[in-house]
Write a protein that binds this ligand. Sequence first.
Ligand SMILES: *[C@@H]1O[C@H](CO)[C@@H](O)[C@H](O)[C@H]1NC(C)=O
Ligand SMILES: *[C@@H]1O[C@H](CO)[C@@H](O)[C@H](O)[C@H]1NC(C)=O
Ligand SMILES: *[C@@H]1O[C@H](CO)[C@@H](O)[C@H](O)[C@H]1NC(C)=O
Ligand SMILES: *[C@@H]1O[C@H](CO)[C@@H](O)[C@H](O)[C@H]1NC(C)=O
Ligand SMILES: *[C@@H]1O[C@H](CO)[C@@H](O)[C@H](O)[C@H]1NC(C)=O
Ligand SMILES: [Zn+2]
Length: 946
Amino acid sequence: MGKVYYISKNVGLGMFVLAICGLATIIALSVAYDKEKSKNQGNVGDGESDSTSTTTPSTTPDTPKEPWDHYRLPDSLIPVSYNVTLWPRLKPNAEGLYIFTGHSTVIFNCVKETDLIIIHSKKLNFTTFFGHHAKLSSQDDTPVPTILNSWLVKKTEFLVIQLGSRLSAGASYSLYTEFLGELADDLEGFYRSEYIEDGVKKVVATSQMQATYARKSFPCFDEPAMKAVFTVTIIHSRDTVALSNGKEKGSLDKQNHFSFLFFSPTRKMSTYLLAFIVRSKKNSPAHIRIWARRKAIDDGQGNYALNVTGPILRFYEHYYNTSYPLSKSDQIALPDFNAGAMENWGLVTYRETALLYDPILSSTGNKERVSTVISHELAHMWFGNLVTLRWWNDLWLNEGFASYVEYLGVDYAEPTWNIKDHIILYDVQKVFAVDALAFSHPLSRGEEEVTEPAQISEMFSTISYSKGAAVLRMLSEFLTEPVFARGLSSYLNTFAFGNTVYTDLWDHLQQAVENTPGIHIPHSVEKIMNHWTLQMGYPVVTIDTRTGSITQKHFLLDPDSTVDRPSQFNYTWYVPIKWMKTGVEQPQYWLLQKTVSGEDWVLANTNVSGYFRVNYDPDNWDRLLSLLNTNHQAVSIINRAQIIDDAFNLARAKIISTTLALRTTKYLSKERDYIPWESALRNLNYYILMFDRNEVYGAYLKKQIQPLFEHFKTITSNWTRVPTGHTDQYNQINAIGIACSAGVEGCRELIKSWYREWMKNPNRNPIHPNLKSTVYCYSIAFGGVAEWDFAWSMFKNATLASEASRLRSALACSKIPWLLNRYLEYTLDPTKIRKQDATSTIQNIARNVVGMPLAWNFVKARWSYIFQQYGKGSFSFSNLVSGITQRFSTEYELQELKRFKEENLSVGFGSATMALEQAIEKTTANIKWVTENKAEVQQWFAQEST
Ligand SMILES: *[C@@H]1O[C@H](CO)[C@@H](O)[C@H](O)[C@H]1NC(C)=O
Ligand SMILES: *[C@@H]1O[C@H](CO)[C@@H](O)[C@H](O)[C@H]1NC(C)=O
Ligand SMILES: *[C@@H]1O[C@H](CO)[C@@H](O)[C@H](O)[C@H]1NC(C)=O
Ligand SMILES: *[C@@H]1O[C@H](CO)[C@@H](O)[C@H](O)[C@H]1NC(C)=O
Ligand SMILES: *[C@@H]1O[C@H](CO)[C@@H](O)[C@H](O)[C@H]1NC(C)=O
Ligand SMILES: [Zn+2]
């Protein structure tokens, strides 16, 4: 699945709202995809970001007694194929309910004698046959047992059929069911999405099966290893079109305006990758199709997706050395969608913001988001779909892999962007923050630790996506990319249409190493990688250039926290270190002794290819800082970002002084590149969060940002153009945002004049799309009710999803409490804020210093309602708790948090359970940090501001 994007990625990436109005028929753009292999050279790269939950597995204390009390299926029956017919009604029935009906025949093999059939089913009502939920027959002459009894188990989501005698091992049977379900607007399983067209409400039936919702559409063996062939038939009215994973094979029209659409049998695949869609008509036969609202297609919003899909598929065919496994690629933008996107095989579904790009109205950030999400989802067409991990405990490999190679795919399609460097900001540094907590968890978990649907949902965490990406990138770097790609290709070819466990990949990479002369690694791939995947956390490597000693230690952000999770490796790692001495790259080594002389500066982890932090002796730190101040370009862009990020985090962990960390920002008045600035701003943001009631850092920031602001003013000819470089465009946004908040002369006047001009003439927005998020936010923050109301009306009228999303975030920037309180109320009213956007809007409000206490009170008071509405199975829910509490740094706030936990124990916290524990841990650490550092920090800023 695509990541759930939260934290805004500069330009308002990661804010999602969907346009409510002006929607029209969903239609397709298409091109033929030439499957010929390209001559691509093979690039490597990086990605995009953001969902933040880290979790540890909950253990189930009671031992279940009956087979149907276990969450996992017994191993007695294996499905072979399904014939599924589904008929969604796009109009409500007499009771006002939207429903679908269906019937399904599943053929399965019995591999162990049993008198029980246990199959997943959730929220389905069954037609009964002689009082039972199903009919059983055999595929051959084997006698068929009679059904004694059948019942549904709500907790474990099973239909259980008790037979009068045993099924014979080796025989196959077929089970027929007829059922009815609600086509709810709950974004799970087979669900409905609504929009308004010409003042009339339209309904689309669509689906999201991952992880455990296929069972809500039809009874099925709903585990990823239970691969089968699916022959789907969809009944739909003739003015609509049906889509599914397979290719349309034929249709049969009935007199009553309905049509049966038969799809060809799929390849052998997992249930979670199924997709069914019924929507308004318009079709065209071709290989690559982009589906969206007619207006969006007419405005050219699908063109960019269409442009990049072909090159990205070609890149993966080359990289995986395996041709695209399907005959077509459909990608559809949907008005209601919970995740960022979903990699259904051959029919990928997206939020509109993740697929549509308007050449005039969208920003550079929007464009990067579209290309990275497409690249991520298409990576899964092979890795994940063609070869599927056996069970959800290995999800990290599926998602981590796609999160790594998505950068490579985009780099091929957009070679001028240097996108591969972005993995440092959007994955590596992001997950470093989470994985440095004593409450983190290992990438890999035992199969038995992940059984319940809520535990499966918890697997979709930053650790799985971003740490997965970071360690796979490290692996590819130390094996070298050609070796990595060869192992990968052999893995995909061996297991095509089958299932694997993560060690299968290690085995194939190991074979690739052994078949390549000249590659030397100190241990097997598996042994090295076990240290990174089976224990949580990562090391800080300390290099003492005076003695030549090199040591490693588990890096913990809070040095006083205790780790009670034991590790078989005692928190040590095999660390591949790439390094340079006085500008000269040295051979990679694995924690060996090196001696360096006194005047040389040493920089380790070049290109940040390893998943670890680096500390040095004070003399080498001084040499690095003096190098930055005199000739910062001697250090690569991402290593400048690394020096800053490592120093700030080492200071948080009390390994170096806070003053040393702050000194890494002194050279920034000369820095013009985006990645180091972004890294510094994220780290300084902690100081802003902790000290935002006093302005001591303001003067320093103003002094440092002023030259950057002037630089962009010059290169854009007084703000009349945008910079040409991809990352320069991002840095211009930072320059304006920070300059305005720090009060650089001319900045606020500049943005206010743009916004005023727009208010005068709402049909002509003079603000460049890149700058909109920043300009809207600061105009609303420095403005009053008129500015807010104007933005609200533009939000309600927005026809472009990303524009609506920017406005929705900006509305949270107001400093007027009653406006923010009213906005909070709006979040629980789906006619004002779409349900999928409710929790992220509350988080936006909490990010604002004025809004934080309001949002906290709001969530506290309505916890049980919010939890009921949004807490179940939502991948983003845990972010609500971590988002709201990120500024907590007082004893009073800690007590509030603990009281909140006590008072809501009976309601529960669902997938936010671990986020709440982490919030308590983080608040405790914040209190300590503020107490210990306040005086030093204030003094340093005061002295440097003059
Ligand atoms: C499933 O459908 C196919 C095609 O309609 C048909 O040939 C086959 O017999 C069906 N199988 C079962 C078990 O109903
Ligand atoms: C399923 O049956 C239950 C109990 O009879 C009923 O409340 C529910 O509305 C039914 N579901 C649908 C979608 O009709
Ligand atoms: C798509 O590609 C065409 C042809 O190269 C180009 O003219 C057009 O500008 C591209 N569209 C977008 C939105 O990038
Ligand atoms: C871990 O540390 C313990 C105690 O210090 C020691 O007995 C054990 O051998 C160590 N294990 C490894 C794998 O180093
Ligand atoms: C920018 O504006 C300043 C003062 O308004 C003017 O002196 C300067 O020539 C302008 N620069 C450009 C490139 O237009
Ligand atoms: Zn994914």
